[in-house]
Design a protein around this ligand. Sequence first.
Ligand code: ATP
Ligand code: MG
Length: 346
Amino acid sequence: MSEIDKNTQPLLEITGLKKHYPIEAGIAKKQVGLVKAVDDVTLSIRRNEVLGVVGESGCGKTTLGRTILRIIEPTEGSIKFHFDGKEIDFISLDKKALRGMRRHIQMIFQNPYTSLNPRMTIFDIVAEPMRLAGDYTEDEISDRVRDLIGKVGLEVKHLNRYPHAFSGGQRQRIGIARALALGPRFVVADEAVSALDVSIQAQILNLLQELKEEYDLTYMFIAHNLSVVEHISDRVCVMYLGRVAELSETEELFYHPMHPYTEALLSAIPVADPTVKNERIVMPGEVGNAANLPSGCCFHPRCRYAQECCRKECPPLREAAPGHFVACHFADSLKLNGIGELKIKN
Ligand SMILES: Nc1ncnc2c1ncn2[C@@H]1O[C@H](COP(=O)(O)OP(=O)(O)OP(=O)(O)O)[C@@H](O)[C@H]1O
Ligand SMILES: [Mg+2]
């Protein structure tokens, strides 16, 4: 654990988390394989921190986010929340206790076009979690919905309208208001801005940042690429085929990457400036398959630095520098290029 981890108790601690899906075939549904969607993930999230989670499609980001919230039940591992000095063993909670915890942990979904019920007014959409919780009067609900809708930058006059009357960015604001209705402490934002135009993405990212300060929130912020998480994240976790490849403070990860996969992702960040030379690293081969993981280091078939031992031994995640975790046999000897070297001014 890093120095910072030792000194401040994290809000969330995940240890050895796995989600494996059996692959079944035939009428007898015989198990013929296993999709290792999340495979042995250990990480902690500090109070009031934004942890960005990135990686290519299919690397297990959504499965990780949903498993942490027990929207999907994990196969193995431990999830512990620390609220008000108490440790909550989240995996062991029964249905009733889990319902009670739901108010503290919420999710913002990827697609604002499908995540809002088209038959409900905006008022009812935002009010629904409070009505389901059952401990608010209608007057309290009405006051809170009006307050929240203002906080996310919409107006009270919008409350009687239906989702079809709103743009993607506005719908995402409504989704955020709903996620905040019960006053959560931890929010998983799964590709919360991916479906939006770049200019709107910036507005929603700013909004999430403001709300984080105002409501003392902690986020796990999931995205496909590093450029989206750069400004909002305190730390970044890079995933590859269900595992953590690298985890560190954002600036450290961008300027001193230690995993070849992170280096390749950094090189793929587009630059709008024509005077900047962009050294894009092309990874050979396809993204691996979680149902048929390569032997040894699962990144080795695409790694330009791979050596014999990478084909045989799976590198564990280790703290290679203070607070900088990496799963690569050669992290200490490779001098990888950070964003500074990859985007050079002509
Ligand atoms: N219910 C399921 N049954 C079997 N396999 C699944 C199931 N859900 C997800 N998977 C597999 O688990 C892996 C991880 O999927 P996941 O949706 O978590 O990836 P992701 O990183 O969120 O991808 P994306 O960026 O496309 O959203 C994929 O190989 C996927 O096919
Ligand atoms: Mg996903």
